[in-house]
Design a protein around this ligand. Structure first.
Ligand code: ZN
Length: 291
């Protein structure tokens, strides 16, 4: 029986799995992200134990080099994560396991998973945005995963920041108060002094968070005209947040868009992943099957 491997590499953990899709996951393991040598070594050991696999898809935290013609294809590039800048992930996995490897961003992998099996089946142009420790975005346009000069960097777009209302400087090491700098899980923790997960009852936290997310989403909506926006990641799953975001997107658009998908079904238009927290690793398995 043919099987494929999937790896979702994250800044805090790697999810590895073997199978062909959501109904056929034969093995899975979560590996804590430590040093590149140790983390990649444990992933290789997992596939040596649970394989063989036809191919492996990797959906990686970024920024990454996913251009096939590039000598540094398969590398994580300028990440501020200590020890991980300019790390070869793709080629190393390819070489050590002697299998073909597909390499893309974690969010593009998740987008592909949602396209094949989740909330974006039948759609050709949509976005997958993750709001967790950081913020990232990918998706498809015209049925193709979004790539370009590099790959989309939704998290680093600039959004309006009213410093009187929110004097917080933001956490992005490059920009301070970009979208990720103001609205990521790290930003929430730095601004309020507690991790997002422990701020449940504090309405001010979530009203501000919803406002910032909606400001970014309105730009995404206006620039890309996606047929749907899927929002994954740990912060996005916070109870009640999505409803506030949906409300604020409608308020900010102020009736301009006459698209019934948005106006009449905002809950279906901005939605959680159909594959839940497994979108990334299942998307990586989908990526492997595109080779
Ligand atoms: Zn930034």
């Amino acid at each position: 029986m043919t099987a494929y491997g999937g790896i979702e590499t994250g800044g805090s953990k790697w999810e590895c799995a073997v199978g062909t899709g959501p109904d056929d996951l034969r093995a899975a393991e979560t590996i804590r992200t430590t040093t590149p040598a140790e983390t990649i070594g444990r992933a290789v050991a997992f596939f040596e134990r649970e394989g063989p696999v036809e191919a492996i898809g990797i959906g990686s935290f970024g920024p990454i080099d996913q251009k096939l013609s590039s000598p540094t294809w398969g590398h994580i590039t300028s990440t501020p994560k200590p020890g991980w800048a300019h790390t070869d992930v793709g080629r190393q996995i390819q070489r050590r396991l002697s299998v073909p490897v597909a390499f893309d961003t974690d969010v593009n992998a998740a987008a592909l998973g949602e396209h094949w099996w989740g909330a974006c089946q039948g759609l050709e142009t949509f976005c997958y945005i993750t709001v967790g420790t950081g913020i990232g975005g990918g998706g498809m346009a015209g049925g193709k995963l979004l790539h370009g000069l590099l790959h989309p960097e939704f998290g680093h777009m600039r959004i309006p920041h009213d410093r009187d209302a929110d004097p917080f400087d933001g956490v992005c090491p490059y920009h301070g108060d970009c979208w990720e700098g103001l609205a990521s899980g790290l930003a929430i923790e730095a601004r309020w002094g507690h991790p997002a997960a422990s701020l449940d009852g504090d309405q001010a936290v979530w009203e501000l968070e919803a406002r910032y997310l909606a400001l970014g989403l309105v730009s995404v909506l206006c620039v890309l005209s996606p047929e749907r926006i899927v929002i994954g990641g740990g912060v996005a799953h916070h109870e009640g947040l999505l409803a506030l975001v949906q409300r604020d997107v409608l308020t900010l658009m102020n009736g301009y868009l006459e698209a019934s998908a948005v106006v009449d079904d905002i809950a279906g238009y901005i939605t959680l992943p159909g594959l839940g927290m497994r979108a990334g690793v299942l998307g990586a398995i989908a990526l492997a099957q595109t080779l």
